[in-house]
Design a protein around this ligand. Structure first.
Ligand code: C5P
Length: 392
């Protein structure tokens, strides 16, 4: 897809680099149109290296190819991030005094803006009015988020996180093929407490589960994300229930499963938990050189969801395995999908450097018969969409 990223002159312009990067990694052809002020915050070489295309900023460059309209005409999607109060006013007024203004006016592509400004400016009646105007014309407004601003102040006005902007923007064009469907997604890794300060955990970051939730929301689904100890923030568009241990995850999941059309168990769940949880910190002085831990088995949530499934409910499990051999990995998956009784099993290889913390993923999806139905590799968002195609 041809995506134009308009970058305007606010400090959040430095984060726009990650918007561009996420779009490029997702396979899009990205053309940056920066205002002169944006280039005071972030350098042209940075944007050209990351976007892999020339950065446009001057209205009077490329006149022979009528660039002031050509860029907008070729765009499938325009994202303005950050969108300053000034730029939003210009969009609302239909101004074309720079290349970005011309590009936007000359385009029929969906327009997504990510406002970024101080709280007072966001609440100013002029900005409030301009936002109403652009919304009424079909512009998608992502954020702003609340949090630390440029100075010592904090509040509403921070630009939304780059991944959230990209997910929301791509969501504008996504097919609404999951509209009205309730999807329960688990993400992250459980922590089994040993005492008030320690736990047994795993390295799952929650990124793949969040990507599934974002992609499902974009496709019109009503998503509940049950999140265990995520390393990354959950975008505002996703309803989240936070849990810690496997037993908490089991309770929350069982409750939400009762009304779900589909369940995706992307969370890395501990198979065992400490038999007892000490109420005060375990002290080495009372243990000696060796500390024995006794672990008891956790319930297998996925398996019991399969046993109690509602009519028509589709269940997708995950299997994170360290098996290096591709055929042996599939054999493990085939045995697991039968054991768990889920409709599909998403197998991904994990290791010291693979899988968990990474921005990308490589998966094979098996059906209950053990056939490979999807092979996908790429950003976790693109992998999420391939998995959701099965539900659609
Ligand atoms: O058996 P294994 O842990 O490899 O299975 C992984 C799949 O089962 C994942 O979808 C995980 O969320 C789920 N699981 C579960 N309850 C457990 C262990 C794993 O639901 N106790």
């Amino acid at each position: 897809m041809n995506v134009v990223v308009g970058i305007t002159g606010g400090i959040a312009a430095y984060k726009a680099v990650n918007v561009v990067r996420a779009l490029v990694l997702a396979g899009h052809d990205v053309h940056v149109v920066a205002t002169e002020n944006a280039l005071k915050f972030v350098g042209r070489p940075t944007l050209e290296a990351i976007s892999r295309n020339i950065v446009h900023s001057d209205l009077y460059e490329g006149v022979a190819e009528v660039r002031h309209v050509a860029i907008g005409q070729a765009a499938d999607l325009i994202i303005v991030a950050p969108a300053t109060a000034n730029t939003i006013a210009k969009i609302a007024g239909g101004f074309a005094d720079d290349l970005l203004g011309n590009t936007i006016l000359a385009s029929t592509a969906p327009l997504v803006i990510a406002p970024a400004m101080h709280t007072e400016m966001w609440h100013n009646p002029a900005t409030v009015h301009n936002i109403e105007v652009v919304r009424s014309r079909g512009v998608t407004v992502v954020g702003p988020a609340s949090g630390q601003l440029t100075g010592t102040d904090a509040g509403l006005g921070r630009m939304s996180e780059p991944d959230d902007i990209v997910a929301a923007a791509l969501g504008v064009l996504a097919p609404k093929d999951l509209a009205g469907k309730r999807i329960l997604i688990t993400a992250g890794g459980t922590r089994e407490p040993l005492d008030p300060v320690r736990y047994i955990g795993n390295r799952s970051s929650g990124r793949q589960g969040i990507a599934l939730a974002l992609a499902a929301v974009a496709r019109g689904a009503e998503v509940t994300l049950i999140a265990a100890n995520l390393e990354v923030a959950v975008p505002e568009s996703v309803a989240v229930v936070r849990v810690g241990s496997t037993l908490e995850l089991a309770e929350a999941t069982t409750e939400a499963a009762a009304t779900a059309d589909a369940i995706i168990m992307a969370a890395a769940v501990a198979d065992y938990r400490p038999e007892t949880i000490a109420q005060t910190k375990i002290k080495k002085e009372s243990q000696g050189d060796v500390l024995d831990l006794r672990l008891v088995k956790n319930p297998d949530i996925l398996r019991s969801l399969g046993e109690q499934r509602r009519d028509g409910q589709v269940i997708i499990g995950f299997a994170a395995e360290t098996e290096p051999d591709a055929d042996a990995l599939l054999d493990l998956g085939r045995a697991k999908v039968l054991r768990k009784g889920s409709d599909y099993l998403v197998i991904n290889r994990v290791g010291w450097t693979e899988g968990f913390v990474s921005e990308s993923n490589t998966v094979v999806v098996l059906n209950l018969a053990g056939d490979t139905v999807v092979e996908a590799s790429g950003t976790k968002l693109s992998v999420a969409d391939r998995i959701l195609d099965l539900l659609a």
